[in-house]
Each structure stands twice: as structure tokens, then as C-alpha cells.
Design a protein around this ligand. Structure first.
Ligand code: UT7
Length: 325
């Protein structure tokens, strides 16, 4: 029996219409455009409208991805949704997405790995497809981080934005040779000793309130490049590829300095790096699928390209996926 591959059949993204610029933020907290751009590369971010929920953003991204794949919701038998900002404590936002899409078959669940969520969700969906538990999966990253920010804390509120992105994966029999499409290798990591470096100070079992995001930014930064490049070296070794084989590096979009330093350490030229952090800010689990939808939409990413996806975030969690588009 031939090996099963999870092949990307379509992708899509959605950003709320409201754009919040650095100049506007400088009227809310003691900050300025120059500091934000220099330290992070962020110029603006999108903010969900009142009453616009994470599941609403997810449904828009999922609908775009399904259209791109030429599929209907009924063709999907699995939704894996990465979010740290679900509509409710439970049920999973994924089942709301399932209902809003009009999909009644299959299974839907959430994955919580904060900024690494999409990498975790993609890896989980890939594993379920390879295990024969699903044939067509919708993998969504969607967040409304604007709802968990402390808007009086300039060290965090300038960094994040809202948005959603999605891909559709389909089970296909692997072919001979290295040009095979689909998820080629994935590696996930976490280390809970760092959980207080980036966390939300609330939750159902602690203060019974949602809480606000808290981060020791410098500490996260200190670990980011090493963790990212280590797990990428692991995924390269697992797949037998090198940085020279990569057509597009699509990293989590937290900070342009982290992105550029990681690319430099790996030896990936900046022309091959997809960067959207300037316009999206850090959209946590949504950042990679959003970046994918931008680079597919503008024609950079094409069928057959070898993509390196990577993320690092709260937990700490981190991971990397190699996929041939
Ligand atoms: O996606 C999840 C993963 N998260 C990340 O990857 C974030 C990782 N961390 C970072 O990206 C960076 O550490 C930050 C962008 C958060 C901060 O950049 P930094 O170069 O590490 O700055 P810093 O925290 O060392 O702060 C430098 C100075 C401080 O002032 P003092 O103590 O030197 O007087 C801050 O108070 O900048 C000050 N500062 C600000 N100034 C203007 C902090 N935030 C602001 C601000 N505007 N918004």
C-alpha cells in the first residue's frame, strides 16, 4: 500500500476591515511609530468589529479556502482550529465554525498552542489524514487578540492584531520521488518551564475571568531564534533537505527582527521570506495561514514550491513543517 500524503488543496485568509495604525496607538499609550517600526517592523494591524467573533473570522477564511480548493463544506470531514481566543470557554470554536459552514459530518476540535497553534493544528490534521481518520481537513488559525490585550500596556498592545487563515488538506497517495506534494515532515516542541514568560492572567479554573495577555518580551526574544532554528534543523534532517532547497520561508509573524535573524542563521535569502507583520501585526495562530494566503494570492507561492513553515510562542511552544505546495 502506498504512503498517504496530506496535500494542500486550497488556502484563504480574512482580515477585519478596521485598520489600527501606529499613529492611532500613540494616542492611546505612550508610544510612537518610530519605536514600533524599529523594534518590530509593525506599521498597522486589523481589529475585529464589535460583535465580530473569532468563529466569524474563521468562517470567512475557511470559506475562501474551500472556494480556492473548489470544494463545499460537505466535502470536509475534519476541522482542526488553532486559537487561543475562542468565542467561549467551551464548546470548541471549531464546532461553531462547523455549524456556520453548514457541515454536519466528521469531527471538529480546537488546538491551543498560542502562536504555534497553526503548526500544531497542521501537524495534527496531517497525522489524522495519514492514519486514515480523515480524507479532507480544514485547518484554521483564527484569533481576536484585541479582546485579551491590556490596552494600557504599551509593551504588549502595540504588537498584536486580529485575523484568520485556513488551508484545506486532502489525502492523496504519495508518488515516487522527491517532488511529491503535501506535508513532508513536521516537528513540534514545547517547554512548560517558560510558561510564565507569555501567558494570559485569567482562565476558568483560576480567576474565572478571561484575563489579559502578559509577556516578558525580551525573554521571549532571547529564546526565539535559537528555538526556531533548532526545530527547523530537525525538520530538515527528517526530510533530508537543506536551506538551499527551500522556495519560500513562511514564518510566524511576531517581529521582523526575529524573522530576519532566523532566515540569516539558516542561510535563507530574504527574497525567499514571506513577511506580512508590517500590515498584520502578530495575529498569533492566524499569522502563518494569513501569510500563505497573501503570498499565494500575489503569485509568489506556486504549485510545487517547497515551503518551510515555523512558529514559536506561549508555552513555550514551537515547531516547523515542510510542505510542498
Ligand atoms: O508571537 C509570540 C512570540 N512573541 C514574540 O516573539 C515577541 C518577542 N519579543 C519582541 O518582539 C521584543 O522583545 C519586543 C518588540 C516585545 C520589545 O523589543 P525590545 O527591543 O526587546 O525592547 P525592550 O522590551 O527591551 O524595551 C526597550 C525599551 C524599554 O524602555 P527602557 O526600559 O529601556 O527605558 C521599554 O519600556 O522600550 C520601551 N518600550 C516602548 N517604548 C515605546 C516598550 N514598549 C514600548 C512601546 N513604545 N510600545
Amino acid at each position: 500500500m502506498s504512503e498517504i500524503r496530506s496535500v494542500v488543496l486550497g488556502s484563504g485568509g480574512y482580515l477585519p476591515s478596521r485598520v489600527l495604525t501606529n499613529a492611532e496607538l500613540s494616542q492611546i499609550v505612550d508610544t510612537n511609530d518610530e519605536w514600533i517600526v524599529q523594534r518590530t517592523g509593525i506599521r498597522e494591524r486589523h481589529i475585529a468589529a464589535d460583535g465580530e467573533l473569532t468563529s466569524d473570522l474563521a468562517v470567512k477564511a475557511a470559506t475562501a479556502a474551500l472556494a480556492d480548493a473548489g470544494l463545499a463544506a460537505g466535502d470536509i470531514d475534519l476541522i482542526v482550529m488553532a486559537t487561543a481566543t475562542p468565542d467561549f470557554t467551551f464548546p470548541a470554536a471549531a464546532v461553531t465554525v462547523q455549524e456556520k459552514l453548514g457541515m454536519q459530518n466528521g469531527a471538529a476540535f480546537d488546538v491551543q498552542a498560542v502562536c504555534s497553534g497553526f503548526i500544531y493544528a497542521l501537524t495534527s490534521a496531517d497525522a489524522m489524514i495519514k492514519a486514515g481518520q480523515a480524507k479532507r481537513a480544514l485547518v484554521v488559525g483564527a484569533e481576536t487578540f484585541s479582546r485579551i490585550l491590556d490596552w494600557t500596556d504599551r509593551t504588549t498592545c502595540v504588537l498584536f492584531g486580529d485575523g484568520a487563515g485556513a488551508v484545506v488538506l486532502g489525502a492523496e497517495a504519495a508518488k515516487e520521488g522527491t517532488k511529491d506534494r503535501g506535508v513532508i515532515a513536521a516537528r513540534l516542541r514545547s517547554d512548560g518551564r517558560y510558561r510564565d514568560k507569555l501567558y494570559v492572567d485569567g482562565g476558568p479554573s483560576t480567576g474565572q475571568a478571561v484575563g489579559h495577555l502578559r509577556m516578558e518580551g525580551r525573554e521571549v526574544y532571547r529564546h526565539a531564534v535559537t528555538m526556531i532554528t533548532d526545530v527547523i534543523e530537525d525538520v530538515f534532517a527528517a526530510a533530508g533537505v537543506t536551506a538551499a532547497d527551500i522556495d519560500w520561508f513562511v514564518p510566524h509573524q511576531a517581529n521582523v527582527r526575529i524573522i530576519d535573524a532566523s532566515a540569516k542563521k539558516l542561510g535563507i535569502p530574504l527574497e525567499k521570506v514571506v513577511r506580512t507583520v508590517d500590515r498584520h501585526g502578530n495575529t498569533s495562530a492566524a499569522s502563518i495561514p494569513l501569510a500563505l494566503s497573501v503570498a499565494v494570492g500575489d503569485g509568489r507561492i506556486r504549485k510545487g514550491d517547497l515551503l518551510l513553515l515555523e512558529a514559536m510562542g506561549g508555552g513555550f511552544t514551537w515547531g516547523a513543517v515542510l510542505v510542498r505546495w
